[in-house]
Design a binder for this molecule. Structure first.
Ligand code: UT7
Length: 351
């Protein structure tokens, strides 16, 4: 070690880092969606949780959800949604500069899902997963937008994908009915005009227990290594429903309002409201609190898709665009929120 009195070396000053280009705008160029083939009605779920179709519809708005096949992985679903998004955007796999996959149900701690997805698409772009639960896609959109604006990538593929059926306890009354599987994706690239407004985002780690994998992997290691198979537990995701419900109803409308304000627009200017599909009553409460005009289309994809966590916003947006419910080039307010607790909202121009 050099002595403390030694003077710090002087920079050579002979090299200047390349200027990666002036800040530019970004926008969503294309979106894609994938819902697994198997439709699961409430009637298939209720017996194990002493519930009813009526209760689930009334309390959550959900009528059915899709479950992936046993051999259908998070990466399979992500690939299908990504191919659609790339085609919609008119972007080739070789042009992808970064791959961001938002998921909490890829069943490998390592490696991440994103590099495998990239390689399936024929890309060797840098790739990583985002663990921000139901806010993951909106986090990804914010990060991708900043990458494009800063010039570190020209085209970024953002995917929200979940196979929640793998991590749901079918006997847990508080969560068994709420989750579904699916994937949604978008491609973000350069734009002449602003296409993604400032993101309002944050976290509250004091509420880490509100939605959580019940056991850490290290907690179950001993039981898995022992011969006592009856003691084995599967660390499914549990949720303190009422706690999260109250937080979402009272906390998320102000976040959405800030995203509108920071974008420099008024609620009246919106062509779509696409909130995370957690519960139809949360969606209705947000519409009311935001005083959204009655003619603005609101995503209610939860009815037949349930809560697909990171995938819910792009799944809903893709469907609304495909069904011509919302206009290409219009303004959409999107917001994701969930386990962490974490949230992110932004106004985007629809592709
Ligand atoms: O995606 C991440 C963010 N997640 C969310 O935002 C989800 C937020 N939470 C929710 O959406 C709601 O809390 C749920 C849909 C999960 C539950 O609805 P709730 O209105 O909060 O139900 P609750 O837990 O207050 O239960 C109401 C009643 C209770 O009976 P009593 O005490 O009123 O007699 C429960 O025992 O419903 C009963 N109950 C059920 N009944 C039939 C609870 N779960 C069930 C069930 N089936 N599955």
């Amino acid at each position: 070690m050099t002595s403390p009195s030694a003077t710090a070396p002087t920079p050579k000053g002979t090299g200047t880092l390349v200027d990666t280009g002036a800040a530019r705008h970004s926008r969503i160029l294309g979106v894609g969606a994938y819902r697994p083939a198997r439709v699961v009605m409430n009637s298939e779920i209720v017996d194990k949780i002493d519930s009813s179709d009526e209760w689930i519809r009334e309390r959550s708005g959900i009528i059915s959800r899709h479950y992936a096949a046993a051999d259908e992985s998070v990466i399979d679903m992500a690939e299908a949604a990504s191919r659609q998004a790339l085609e919609h955007a008119g972007v080739t796999p070789e042009q992808i500069g970064f791959v961001l996959v938002a998921t909490v149900t890829h069943p490998y701690q390592t490696p991440a899902a994103a590099p495998e997805l990239a390689s399936r698409l024929g890309s060797t772009a840098p790739a990583l997963d985002i663990s921000a639960a139901c806010a993951g896609y909106c986090y990804g959109v914010a990060m991708a937008s900043d990458m494009v604006k800063a010039g570190s990538a020209d085209y970024v593929l953002v995917v929200g994908v979940e196979k929640l059926s793998d991590f749901t306890d079918p006997y847990d009354r508080g969560s068994a009915f709420i989750f579904g599987d699916g994937a949604g994706a978008c491609v973000i690239g350069p734009s002449d005009t602003p296409g993604i407004g400032p993101t309002v985002w944050g976290s509250d780690g004091t509420q880490r227990d509100a939605i959580t994998q019940r056991q850490a992997w290290t907690d179950v290691r001993e039981s898995w290594q022992s011969a006592q198979a009856d003691k084995n537990v599967w660390p499914a995701i549990g949720m303190a429903g009422q706690t999260v419900f109250r937080w979402a109803v009272w906390g998320m409308a102000p976040v959405a309002q800030q995203a509108i304000d920071k974008a420099g627009i008024k609620a009246d200017d919106l062509d779509a409201f696409i909130p995370h599909q957690a519960n139809i009553r949360i969606i209705d409460a947000m519409v009311k609190q935001l005083k959204l005009p009655a003619d603005i289309p609101v995503a209610r994809d939860i009815v037949t898709t349930a809560n697909t966590s990171a995938a819910s916003v792009p799944l809903a947006m893709t469907r609304m665009l495909a069904e011509k419910e919302i206009p290409s080039g219009g303004l959409a307010l999107q917001i994701g929120f969930g386990a962490g607790l974490v949230y992110a909202a932004q106004v985007v121009v629809l592709p």
